[in-house]
Design a protein around this ligand. Structure first.
Ligand SMILES: O=P(O)(O)O[C@H]1O[C@H](CO)[C@@H](O)[C@H]1O
Ligand SMILES: O=c1cc[nH]c(=O)[nH]1
Ligand SMILES: [K+]
Length: 433
């Protein structure tokens, strides 16, 4: 087989066979296929797409490129969750301890920031001492004893995805349905859970900008999961504005604590309860979604969920006293307001640009190895649908420098004020296998 022939085949819109896909993934993982040829193939896939069989085969080949975690020794239905990525997506930090607190074993593999989106692992590391590297054995023990563990893509799990993900980030090939689907699903399958809840984001802050694309992505991933006998479902949720109010690592940890105290923003709380109910039913701890939701609301009210967050932080090496004293989290030097230039209603918030603004403050990486500033970020004082008066603060910028004119400019350009507006729908659809 020759890579050049396979690139040509895909470029011309033909279907790759199982044997060809496996040969490509093996060769790229073992460095016998070079980045330049893989880049060309990724671009051909970007334009020509893949059918469902190709996408499933690609996923399986990526799973088999490395180790797989065997969670079969743990009792119960192990549940994982994954977001396709967004701005201010604090969900996992709330959801994982919440669901674990009602008895669902949560075995979760998370990622770092990609493009304009923040990364759950980066946010968790804002907690002093917190780490996400565990051996398979430690991962299994934590899920067994504490019902919760969150790990990075460490060791030899899906090495093919690790290489392809990094290459896509720098070759403008991130926004491709088969490439996103295989990337996410290969990690979920390799991490060993029985059931998978996907949060597929749609809107300006997501990789999928419209509902049709997001639904197709959701269906592709659910089909891949079903084919390998993992119970998989997807919630298509709004990312036309940042989720919740906090964007930035330590700021989002603080927001997560607030939600677990029952004092969080409405949209973030609602999304957590929607995804959480699905996880509790899949994890067979409740008979239906209503019962599951009641259990979760009760866990928040009683403080059980907050206690689980503390336990989670302790087993991952972190300082749990930040839960009762969030001021112990990294703090930015300056708080700067962004006053509205006119009165009206906030009608648009270009979420990806707000993500870029937060990255420019230092909350995200502009280059691969850049260090992140955990303290900086943005708190939204207004969201779409809110009335605003001229001079009133649209948002608060947490920065370590006062020299932020460029960031302010980006933020002003990404918030539109009109004479009327409506709140976006939070949950667009639910896709099951
Ligand atoms: O793992 P969750 O929290 O679902 O989030 C996903 O979205 C982020 C990338 O935008 C990464 O953190 C990835 O893992
Ligand atoms: O391709 C993608 C996009 C988001 N998250 C992933 O893990 N992979
Ligand atoms: K948030």
């Amino acid at each position: 087989m020759r890579m050049v022939d396979l690139i040509e085949k895909k470029r011309n819109g033909k279907t790759l066979t199982e044997q060809e896909i496996r040969w490509i993934i093996k060769g790229y993982t073992e460095n016998t296929i070079e980045d330049y040829q893989m880049s060309a193939l990724l671009m051909a896939i970007y334009f020509q797409g893949m059918n469902q069989v190709e996408a499933s085969t690609l996923t399986t080949a990526m799973v088999e490129s490395g180790d797989q975690v065997d969670l079969s020794e743990i009792n119960g239905v192990k549940v994982d969750k994954h977001s396709t990525g967004g701005v201010g997506d604090t969900t996992t930090i709330i959801l994982a301890p919440l669901v674990a607190s009602v008895g669902v074993p949560v075995a979760k593999m998370s990622g770092r920031g990609l493009g304009h989106t923040g990364g759950t692992l980066d946010k968790l590391e804002a907690i002093p001492g917190f780490h996400i590297e565990f051996t398979n054995e430690e991962f299994i023990n934590n899920v067994n004893e504490h019902k919760i563990a969150v790990i990075g893509q460490s060791g030899n799990l899906t090495p093919a995805d690790k290489k392809i993900y990094a290459l896509r980030d720098v070759t403008a090939t991130v926004n491709s349905i088969p490439l996103i689907a295989s990337s996410i699903m290969s990690k979920k399958i390799a991490a060993g859970s029985d059931a998978i809840v996907l949060d597929v984001k749609v809107g300006s802050g997501a990789f999928m900008k419209d509902n049709e694309q997001a639904t197709e992505l959701a269906k592709t991933m659910v089909d891949i999961g079903s084919q390998v006998n993992r119970q998989t479902m997807a919630v298509v949720s709004d990312m036309s504005q940042p989720l919740g109010r906090a964007i930035g690592n330590a700021l989002e940890i603080k927001e997560a604590i607030n939600v677990l105290r029952g004092e969080g923003p409405e949209d973030l709380t609602e999304l957590v309860l929607t995804l959480g109910s699905q996880m509790v039913v899949l994890g067979q701890q409740a008979n239906d979604l209503d019962e599951a939701r009641q259990m979760l609301e009760q866990a928040i009210q009683s403080g059980k969920a907050l206690d689980k967050l503390k336990e989670f932080i302790v087993i991952q090496g972190g300082d749990e006293s930040i839960v009762d004293n969030p001021d112990k989290l990294p703090q930015a030097k300056f708080e700067i307001q962004l006053p509205a230039k006119e009165s009206g209603f906030v009608s648009e918030m270009t979420a990806d640009q707000i993500g870029v603004a937060s990255m420019k403050l230092g909350a995200g990486r502009e280059t691969k190895d850049q260090e992140i500033n955990m303290a900086v970020g943005i708190i939204l004082n207004k969201k779409i649908g809110d009335a605003v008066k001229e001079g009133e603060s649209l948002l608060t910028i947490y920065s370590d420098t006062k020299d932020i004119e460029e960031t302010k400019e980006i933020l002003y350009n990404s918030i539109i004020i009109s004479d009327k507006s409506t709140k976006p729908t939070l949950i667009h659809s639910i896709i099951t296998g």
